[in-house]
Design a binder for this molecule. Sequence first.
Ligand code: AAT
Length: 292
Amino acid sequence: KDCKKVYFNNPMWPGEAHSLKVENILYRGKSEYQEILVFESSIYGKVLVLDGIIQLSEKDECAYQEMIAHLPLCSISSPKTVLVVGGGDGGVLREVSRHPSIEHIDICEIDKMVIDVSKKFFPQLAVGFQDPRVHLHLGDATEFLRLAPEGKYDAVIVDSSDPVGPAQELVEKPFFETIARALRPGGVLCNMTESMWLHTHLIQDMISVCRQIFKGSVNYAWASVPTYPSGVIGFLLCSTAGPPVDFKNPVNSIEKLERALKHKRELKFYNSEMHSAAFALPPFLRREVSAL
Ligand code: AAT
């Protein structure tokens, strides 16, 4: 009975729960912000859980991290300055650092313990922190963005937790206003935007807020990530007024970058075809989210 109470009462996903068989608990701790758990699953490798919510598994993290990083960065030519919000595991940094044009990467993560746990249990993600272009800022991203210089970034990637707990403010209008201010004209935002099966209202709200703030393009994309609730995750791509950005047809193709790089770690999920396909939307979503 108690189990049911815990499993089915998360405000983000009431009435459903997804289970993975736990082979072994590797770490359990409590930071100032959240409960942190790492376990070995039978099928998905090691899994990172924050406040009872799966953040990543070794098997499918590639889909989320590659898409959230390359959808925006391949949509503009020669990105140089990037901000990652959240992303303390380092996986998004690993993907951002594939881009040779990038000179400076800021990351603002609220919870140092997530970074330490990732360095210990997920070295293939935390490797992202080793890039000398990365500058780590520990703190709340809302505060960091309020103080960010105007027009500093070519791209901002919001790899934050779900809007319960420390990430609550990261889906609200003032936060998006500070992002738009911190972007250069024609700069891009990619924001984790939940599941089209479960959160059409949240998606609709975020799209209408972003349409008011971002005067370039606003587009919704999605990808399959089996360990996230309902098995999919969305991304909201926005650009500020300035040189136009056509998100659906990447100008900065990853294939060209990969050919130019000698020592490449192979991508598992993202390519240009997946990029364009991610913007194809089912009719029910188009109907429910009128702004699409
Ligand atoms: N790449 C793995 C996926 C994540 S991690 C989300 C990160 O955002 C966490 O490390 C968390 O500590 C951080 N975070 C939360 N709130 C803030 C904040 N206010 N400022 C800075 N960082 C923050 C996301 C998984 C998505 C799950 C989808 N269901």
